[in-house]
Design a protein around this ligand. Structure first.
Ligand SMILES: *[C@@H]1O[C@H](CO)[C@@H](O)[C@H](O)[C@H]1NC(C)=O
Ligand SMILES: *[C@@H]1O[C@H](CO)[C@@H](O)[C@H](O)[C@H]1NC(C)=O
Length: 421
């Protein structure tokens, strides 16, 4: 997927008149020069290719093998979709925790980092589409539809490679993910800003307020999250905390952008109480469980520092699969408990709202139809989405081909518009 990185290049709309015609872009925003407001990274610096770890000895994920079959999800195919089992299984040495080394890439998503630390994903963090689909099913009992959707969004939105079907779960590893770097340009991986990763996430800094560090664990933020939720990371608590993070970013980050892809922030927040809780803790999203998945370690002065993301001891996963329908319901419910505006800062004290499908004038209506609800996340994979106030992500032919192969049947079943390839 190619992104228009206009960033510092755009001083006025007059220089790039086509921008104002991009879907979802509010033309009124371009009346003023906003040269100082950058939106996406330049491809250098923190998270860039130069500092990205390199492991010459890439080992693929350890496949599931009898007698430890988990959901028996292999090769990107649908598994049993039946959870309630222990992960990793006692005796399954292939999937025990191994802390990441200096050659291993980790990124903004604790759930994927934990899966890589247990070899359900390639330990060096260069993962394939099939590994992503298998690991989500085997570890977390994510439903097959949602596992595919998230993997497609990872490859397309986050800038993996739809041809090699490889993605870095952290920094820019283009030489290892791209089919041909000269053709694809840089593929920033999950760290890529305003794609999968976005401002106001639970425990990562905003890109522009922290010199591009939008992927490391921040113990202060983990502390805020714990305090605001009362260490009960349920929907109600996380909805409050998501609002708090939005307010913080809006106040502190002059480049704050909260676009359609921010829906994924609510999805990711729901993972804390839907995917992470353990049967051995009565499926409660409690501190012991969440701190282990986030790699959060409490110091004697009560502050939090980082160790490494680990599946908690004796952890048993959710029983019913977590499907597209379920996550979309959670996204809307969490959003509607404390609604915020979609859009971005365009100057000191100025916030501009965006519109995109069900998001109108920066808001999702509580009366959103069931069909629009079902298609909400698919639209992120199939349509051109405003990835910033002056940039749009347009799916490439390759990305749409991937969508057609991997998501076609789900889109057809739900009656969502299918992209023409
Ligand atoms: C962690 O987050 C806090 C609150 O947003 C921020 O003030 C601090 O600079 C961040 N620390 C690091 C090391 O990024
Ligand atoms: C895990 O289970 C084993 C065996 O039942 C038990 O000895 C151990 O204390 C448990 N550990 C945790 C952290 O619950």
């Amino acid at each position: 997927m190619k992104t228009f990185v206009l960033s510092a290049l755009v001083s006025t709309a007059a220089a790039f008149p086509w921008v104002v015609n991009e879907p979802g872009v509010d033309a009124s925003l371009f009346k003023e020069a906003r040269a100082q407001y950058r939106r996406q990274q330049a491809g250098t610096g923190d998270g860039g290719a130069a500092t990205c770890p390199f492991n010459a000895n890439h080992m693929p994920a350890a496949p599931v093998k009898a007698p430890y079959l988990y959901n028996n999800a292999k090769d990107g195919k649908q598994g049993n979709q039946k959870g309630g089992y222990q992960v990793p299984a006692t005796g399954d040495t292939a999937h025990q925790f191994v802390a990441p080394g200096s050659g291993d890439i980790r990124g903004p998503c604790p759930g994927l980092n934990a899966a890589a630390n247990h070899n359900f994903l390639a330990h060096d963090g260069i993962v394939t589409f099939n590994e992503l689909v298998d690991a989500q099913q085997n570890v977390y009992n994510v439903g097959y539809d949602l596992a595919n959707l998230l993997a497609v969004l990872g490859l397309t939105l986050a800038d993996g490679d739809p041809v090699t079907q490889k993605l870095s779960i952290g920094c820019d590893a283009t030489t290892r993910t791209s089919v041909n770097p000269a053709l694809t340009g840089s593929e920033p991986g999950l760290d890529g800003h305003n794609k999968f990763e976005a401002d106001s996430s639970l425990t990562r800094n905003d890109f522009f307020t922290h010199g591009g560090d939008n992927f490391r664990f921040n113990g202060t933020l983990f502390g805020y999250m714990t305090q605001t939720t009362g260490a009960n990371y349920n929907r109600e608590g996380l909805s409050k905390y998501r609002l708090q993070r939005w307010q913080q970013s809006q106040a502190e980050n002059q480049n704050f952008y909260f676009g359609p892809a921010a829906l994924l922030l609510y999805g990711a927040a729901s993972f804390l109480y839907e995917l992470m809780p353990s049967g051995t803790h009565g499926y409660a999203p409690d501190l012991a469980t969440i701190s282990s998945f986030f790699g959060a370690k409490q110091n004697t002065d009560k502050s939090w520092s980082f160790t490494a993301e680990k599946i908690p001891d004796n952890w048993t996963n959710r029983v019913a699969p977590y499907t597209n329908q379920l996550v979309t319901q959670e996204i809307l419910a969490m959003y509607l408990e404390n609604p915020v505006q979609f859009g971005g800062n365009t100057g000191p004290g100025t916030f501009n709202a965006i519109s995109f499908n069900s998001i109108q004038n920066g808001k999702i209506s509580p009366n959103i139809s069931p069909k629009d609800t079902a298609c909400l996340l698919y639209q992120l994979a199939t349509e051109r989405i405003p990835s910033s106030l002056n940039g749009v992500i347009t799916p490439t032919v390759q990305a749409l081909a991937l969508v057609a192969t991997k998501l076609g049947p789900a889109l057809a079943n739900l009656g969502c518009p299918q992209p023409l390839t």
